[in-house]
Design a protein around this ligand. Sequence first.
Ligand SMILES: [Zn+2]
Length: 167
Amino acid sequence: MIRLRIQVAHWPHRALVLTDTPRPDCRDCDGEGGFEHPYGDHNGEYAGTDWEPCGCWNENRRWPLMPLPRRPRCLRRRDTGRDPWGPDGSPMPYRDNDPISDGPLGNAPFGYSPESLQREALYAELDNAGVDLGAYDRRIVDWIAGWDFPTVATIASLIRRAGRAPQ
Ligand SMILES: [Zn+2]
């Protein structure tokens, strides 16, 4: 039996995946999904652990749904107001957010915006595009509004471009 769940995968990159999951009441693996076999080197020292998946699920049954943004740089930056990659940890030069693009994006838009403003921007674009929204649409838009600025600004740009009357 397949037990499909939506999970956040961290490899090869952060993404939402639909995946088979171990049976929680499995008597072989206790719902762990597999068994660890520590092995040693030629001196008998611990050298690593092999992972053997349990037969109660199939870890290869896994379908990517959508990529998730990496933790935005601006969040890290907010901790100290300093750019950890700067030559001497000097404060980042001030820079405005990139505006929502009217055309195709070749690079990630730069910026940071609080969730409330991102939500406003998304609803404004949807409104301008004349999109009718149901309760579940709004739930998803609210969820997307919590993502990092480059993701939200790109989605907002896509809505804008998709909603533009053909010329
Ligand atoms: Zn099992």
